[in-house]
Design a protein around this ligand. Structure first.
Ligand SMILES: *Cc1c(COP(=O)(O)O)cnc(C)c1O
Length: 415
């Protein structure tokens, strides 16, 4: 593919506009066409046999198409890995990466900061397959070394955690894993391949929930797992043998999103940082969880290992009543209340309950997660301030005695 070969050595932002395109092979069309298909026919039996010999996966639609391979090549180049595979969702990329690597009887160590669906999969499904699941503190690399056993086959990281934003010392953790012959799987969705290079930091399989920043418009679900050479066969069989395949329209949308990833990320980074820094001084805010903010416990590691930040961060609020919390949420005009992130639009969510093996964050009040979209930063700041002001103005003395005005942190402990 000419566009791939002659892009080597160019800046990553130039490569984003070239990777995974092949106009000469498609009547000059700038973008890859959407290939739909299950059956792939051959003209002759000899043709069929030779195709099967050269690439056994080029014989049936379930193994991909020129379109899916274009996105796989592009993401693989960006991540800096050996090969990539698409999955129908980000979670599917996470779970199949683990299923590819782990066997019954194995032990897996998972960062205690992983997002909840991965934790549920580990606790419910991996345990059922007789794989022992254990968690380690995302901020204590020594704890990983102490918990590794002869049976530890994989380490799973999410850095920073997309709920609590602890940055992990990835080079230290991967060095520990390598000494124990364990593979490291990392969810790299927060930073995207633009701002963190997983393979340069010793990771074996890197995951993108492409649903987030790569698709970028909240209109498709997609996952990509990228392996280095030694982890590739485990990853490939895990996808192909389970019959995982992503839909062509979603793949097309991801390739399209990729073209603007760099400009969007700069804006998400900038908006997120501006919003986080201005929220720091609101009286209702206890603490900001954002690795790119100086003073954040993960700031030094972020500066050392990352080249940018996304628009997703946490806000630990002061203790407040349920009425105050719902006033804050309901007064917001520019922030949708909903899960996911990485789209052009701003979002906010109450992280509750926070599932952890060990309590690591001392939270006095509710924790919220904010995604700064591509809107104007001053509009976003003003909207947050008016909603927080409205919540903060409600004092306990003005509460109706029938309202449950117990602090929310207390409520979630009871639940
Ligand atoms: C959303 C998300 C996923 C899963 O992506 P889906 O496409 O929603 O399945 C995986 N990891 C992280 C960190 C996420 O935020």
């Amino acid at each position: 593919m000419k566009y791939l070969e002659d892009s080597k050595g160019l800046d990553i932002e130039t490569r984003l506009s070239r990777l995974g395109r092949a106009p000469a092979e498609h009547s000059g069309m700038v973008n890859m066409p959407v290939y739909r298909g299950s059956t792939i026919v051959s003209e002759t039996l000899e043709d069929y046999e030779s195709r099967r010999q050269s690439d056994p996966t080029a014989n049936y639609g379930r193994f991909g198409s020129p379109l899916s391979r274009a996105l796989e090549l592009a993401v693989c180049e960006l991540e800096g890995g050996y090969r990539s595979l698409l999955f129908p969702s980000g979670l599917s990329a996470c779970t199949h990466s683990l299923l590819g690597v782990l066997r019954a009887g194995d032990h897996v160590l998972i960062s205690d900061g992983v997002y909840t669906p991965l934790r549920t999969f580990a606790d419910e499904v991996l345990s059922r397959l007789q794989i022992t699941v254990q968690y380690f503190s995302p901020t204590q690399p020594a704890e990983l070394a102490a918990k590794i056993t002869q049976k530890t086959r994989a380490i799973y990281l999410e850095s920073p955690s997309s709920l609590t934003f602890e940055v992990q010392n990835v080079p230290a953790l991967t060095a520990t894993a390598r000494r124990a012959d364990a593979l490291v799987v990392m969810d790299n969705t927060w930073a995207t391949p633009l701002y963190f290079k997983p393979f340069a930091h010793g990771v074996d399989i890197s995951i993108q929930a492409a649903t987030k920043y790569i698709v970028g418009h909240s209109d498709a679900l997609l996952g990509v797992a990228t392996a280095n050479e030694s982890a590739w066969s485990a990853l490939r069989s895990s996808a192909h043998d389970f019959g995982e395949i992503a839909g062509p329209d979603d793949i097309y949308l991801a390739l399209r999103g990729l073209r603007t990833l760099a400009v969007r990320m700069k804006r998400h980074w900038d908006n997120g940082l501006k919003l986080a820094q201005s929220l720091q001084s609101h009286p209702a805010v206890d603490n900001i969880l954002h690795p790119a903010c100086p003073g954040d416990p993960g700031h030094a590691l972020w500066k050392r290992d990352f080249s940018g930040a996304s628009g997703l961060f946490g806000v630990a609020l002061k203790p407040m009543s349920q009425l105050q919390l719902s006033t804050f949420f309901n007064r917001l005009r520019l922030f949708g209340i909903g899960w996911s992130w990485g789209g052009y639009e701003s979002l906010v969510m109450h992280v509750d309950p926070l599932k952890r093996a060990e309590p690591s964050l001392a939270l006095a009040g509710p924790l919220i997660r904010v995604h700064a979209g591509l809107e104007d930063a001053s509009d976003l700041i003003a909207d947050m301030y008016q909603a927080l002001d409205a919540a903060w103005e409600i004092t306990s003395s003005r509460l109706d005695p029938d309202n449950d005005d117990a602090p929310v942190a207390e409520l979630s402990k009871r639940a």
